[in-house]
Design a protein around this ligand. Structure first.
Ligand SMILES: NC(=O)c1ccc[n+]([C@@H]2O[C@H](COP(=O)([O-])OP(=O)(O)OC[C@H]3O[C@@H](n4cnc5c(N)ncnc54)[C@H](O)[C@@H]3O)[C@@H](O)[C@H]2O)c1
Ligand SMILES: [Zn+2]
Length: 368
């Protein structure tokens, strides 16, 4: 996979632009010399006017066949029904093995489109154009694709990396503030597990980031995406080190599933709880726990923690990784290894204690 960042509307690693529109280039990577003749654009309807239609027109102008399907982004998109809808569209429009899918949208749309690409005609190529911060820094990278099954997160899926990931930071200008904050949570996670400097960068420039300062956002997205790329490159199938990307997610996914909170919002609570567990069960210093808590609390208050810990605990047992196992921090920027393991079971008692602690933290929210 070639990861490309648009800087000042120019691709830094672009090899051969085959198409240029006002906002983006679509190009072929080193590893994918073949230029496909038919494109199917699956786009989140909120960005369709600005991104989807111009791209379709640009393809058509250059003599390529390009069909477009608009979908409504959001977690409710990640269903078997949506997958069927996209598959039917592809089939009706005559898509075959040499068709390329282009997904334009947030993590939900990209997870769905990537999964369709993984199984249609036993697998076709796809290009990811993430339009949320969460998707730019996380969901579009690493090749995990999938949908939910009876509400359980990502139960059906596949690892099917896109041919290219194309990022234009300026697409974030229409993203609501709340979504920007959800996306930031994944970057904080990347900092916590691998890069203390990235964590400090977010701490220091939080106001600039939350004010949509593109130069700070660009720098942060590149660094965050690189961390994920490096981890995935070592362990694409999540047999080992890739598990550390789940920090904050054992609790986060359980909350997301039980209470239908947005992914980033639920993971923010997960990060706090699993950081507390890292203090109790690993070597995370209390002063660092306070830093993590302060940063999370500036992004979201924990007032939603009227959630029932018993329900969350039950949901944690249903995690597809099997039981309530967590990744722990050794310190900010470094995770704890347990022999060859990256995850460790947590007791119900400690989970409840960490939950009560998170609930007791005072909101420090900045920028309404
Ligand atoms: N595959 C992976 O490795 C991976 C990693 C992390 C998260 N995820 C998944 O990603 C999903 C969350 O992704 P998300 O936070 O992007 O959510 P999302 O796709 O629901 O997007 C959030 C909202 O923003 C809207 N939107 C998208 N782009 C916009 C723009 N430029 N301007 C205005 N509005 C815009 C969408 O319509 C939606 O309402 C979850 O399902 C999660 O499981 C996957
Ligand atoms: Zn996540």
């Amino acid at each position: 996979m070639l990861f490309m960042i648009l800087q000042s509307r120019k691709l830094s690693h672009c090899q051969k632009p085959i198409l240029e529109v006002e906002w983006v280039y679509v190009c072929i990577s080193n590893t994918n010399e073949k230029v496909y003749h038919m494109y199917m654009i699956i786009v989140d309807r909120v960005v369709c006017a600005e991104v989807g239609f111009p791209l379709q027109k640009a393809f058509q102008k250059q003599g390529y066949t390009a069909f477009l399907l608009q979908l409504t982004g959001g977690e409710s998109l990640k269903t078997r029904k949506s997958k069927e809808k996209v598959e039917d569209f592809l089939f009706e429009m005559g898509a075959n093995r040499s068709t390329t899918l282009i997904g334009i949208g947030g993590g939900t749309l990209l997870d769905l489109v990537g999964f369709v690409a993984a199984t249609y005609c036993r697998g076709i190529g796809w290009i990811a154009v993430p339009t949320t911060l969460l998707a730019m820094t996380d969901a579009a990278i690493g090749g995990k694709t999938g949908i939910n099954l009876h509400g359980v997160k990502n139960y059906l899926g596949s690892i099917h990396p896109p041919l290219n990931v194309i990022v234009d930071v300026e697409m974030l200008k229409t993203l609501p503030q709340s979504e920007l904050r959800y996306g930031l949570v994944e970057t904080i996670k990347h900092g916590l597990i691998c890069d203390a400097a990235l964590f400090s960068f977010v701490e220091t420039y939080l106001e600039d980031i939350l004010s949509y300062n593109f130069s700070f956002l660009r720098k942060m997205i590149v660094n965050s995406a690189i961390i994920k790329l490096k981890i995935v490159a070592q362990d694409e199938k999540e047999k080992g080190i890739r598990q550390i990307l789940n920090f904050g997610h054992t609790v986060g996914h359980a909350i997301e599933m039980m209470y239908r909170l947005p992914h980033g919002r639920a993971v923010a609570i997960g990060l706090m709880i699993e950081s507390y567990l890292s203090w109790k069960m690993s070597t995370l210093a209390h002063v660092e726990l306070k830093r993590i808590s302060a940063l999370c609390q500036k992004i979201f208050s924990c007032k939603e923690i009227f959630l029932d810990p018993e329900q969350i605990w039950i949901a944690m047992q249903r995690d597809k990784k099997g039981g309530a196992k967590v990744v722990l921090l050794q310190k900010i920027g470094k995770i704890k290894h347990f022999a060859n393991q990256f995850v460790i079971p947590v007791s119900k008692r400690l989970f409840f204690e960490s939950f009560e602690w998170a609930k007791s933290q005072q909101p420090l929210s900045i920028l309404a």
